[in-house]
Design a protein around this ligand. Structure first.
Ligand code: ZN
Length: 174
């Protein structure tokens, strides 16, 4: 495993529509392992392949597992989600505003409206179908990461963006 460089907001990879993954070969497995390592090292709660300059539809998501997060998110805290070719097939009408940051836009956070709940389908790292119903923060992270696969950044849709204090960065980094 190796850390990959997280590219920053002006990088063209962040603005492309990423390609579907069609081959679950060793190269993909290495990419997934590297992305997990990079996410944990950052640290962040989500990372999409375009953020490491790979134009593929692949995301990794992991909410923190500190005591407060375990209390709030239960079994979702610290659980690692690897989604290949993720797709939102259902989204709640209910929208919620929340604060987001992005590992590709360090130093800033913003207020973004997202669906409160989403159902995401896709494949796991071996190509087997999987599905998740996510709500709250987890749903927000999935929407943020899937946006990356279509070349969209949260600053495109945020109602407000401002400079983060150091303590804000960690939990909001996607
Ligand atoms: Zn991001």
């Amino acid at each position: 495993m190796a850390l990959r460089e997280i590219v920053q907001a002006n990088h063209p990879a962040l603005r492309k529509k990423a390609h579907r993954v069609t081959s679950f070969d060793p190269k993909l497995q290495t990419l997934i392992d590297d992305m997990i390592e990079t996410l944990l090292d950052a640290p962040g709660v989500g990372l999409a392949a375009p953020q490491v300059a790979v134009s593929l539809r692949l995301i990794v998501v992991r909410l923190p597992d500190d005591e407060k997060s375990v209390e709030e998110f239960g079994a979702e805290a610290g659980k690692l989600y690897v989604f290949v070719n993720p797709e939102i097939i259902k989204a709640s009408k209910e929208m919620v505003e929340g604060v987001e940051g992005c590992l590709s836009i360090p130093g800033y956070i913003g207020m973004v409206e997202r669906h409160e709940k989403v159902t995401v389908t896709g494949q796991d790292r071996k190509g087997r179908p999987q599905r998740i119903k996510a709500s709250g923060w987890l749903a927000r992270v999935f929407q943020h990461e899937i946006d990356h696969l279509d070349g969209r950044l949260y600053i495109d849709i945020a109602s407000d963006v401002w400079e983060a204090r150091p303590e804000d960065q960690e939990t909001a980094a996607e």
